[in-house]
Design a protein around this ligand. Structure first.
Ligand code: C5P
Length: 209
């Protein structure tokens, strides 16, 4: 069974995807990490993330980069959002994601275009979202926890810019697949959001039997 979990940054989709993977005993791929690795590699190369051929060259990053904590930084997230606009970059990362989705027994993938491009045949598709203000608040709290000082207003502005870029790009824009179940986590705590997602998957599965 393939479970596709899409949504904007800091919506809780990663937490939900991990919890679903643990609950249903499936492997999980955070596809944002692949784009973050490309963004980081562009940075390491001293290249321009807005240049398609320089961004494409960064797609042959070493797998060890995926374990680097720096990928989680806001700065690398911004680079990732910029490199992900290029169709050639998306094509270069397609096979890896597709192969993960098609492995025996199924998988959970989270990202922006899993239900629309990577695995449109997925029987279960969730689109996890929350208001910009709430997502900024969560990111701010997370950064505080890691001892990183940041202004809430700056985070809110960055998140809004990232959303606009992800939703506005021509190739594989961020959007809910027509058959996706939308989970708005604005007023949900972490556990309630996970519970809602597990119920949604179970409901889908019971209807499919
Ligand atoms: O999910 P995360 O914030 O780690 O993703 C970083 C960036 O990578 C996103 O802003 C988005 O531009 C890009 N991305 C994408 N398609 C995916 C996953 C991430 O375009 N499937």
């Amino acid at each position: 069974m393939i479970i596709a979990v899409d949504g904007p940054t800091a919506s809780g989709k990663g937490t939900i995807a991990k919890a679903l993977a643990a609950h249903f005993g499936l492997p999980h791929l955070d596809t944002g990490l692949l784009y973050r690795a490309v963004g980081r590699q562009v940075q390491l190369n001293g290249d321009d993330p807005d240049n398609a051929s320089e961004a494409l060259s960064a797609c042959d990053f070493a797998d060890s980069l995926l374990d680097d904590d720096i990928l989680r930084s806001e700065e690398v997230g911004g680079f990732a959002s910029r490199v992900s606009v290029h169709p050639a970059v998306r094509r270069a990362l397609y096979e890896r994601q597709r192969a993960f989705a098609l492995q025996d027994g199924g998988a959970v993938l989270d990202g922006r275009d899993i239900g629309t491009v990577i695995a449109p045949e997925a029987p279960v598709k969730l689109f996890v979202t929350a208001s910009v203000a709430e997502r900024a608040r969560r990111r701010w709290l997370e950064m505080q926890g890691r001892g990183i000082a940041a202004l809430l207003a700056d985070i809110e502005r960055d998140i809004a810019a990232r959303d606009a870029r992800d939703m506005g790009r021509k190739d594989a824009p961020l959007m809910a697949a027509p058959d996706a179940l939308v989970i708005d986590t604005t007023h949900f705590g972490r556990d309630a959001a996970i519970e809602a997602a597990i119920e949604a998957v179970q409901h889908k599965l019971s209807r499919a039997q």
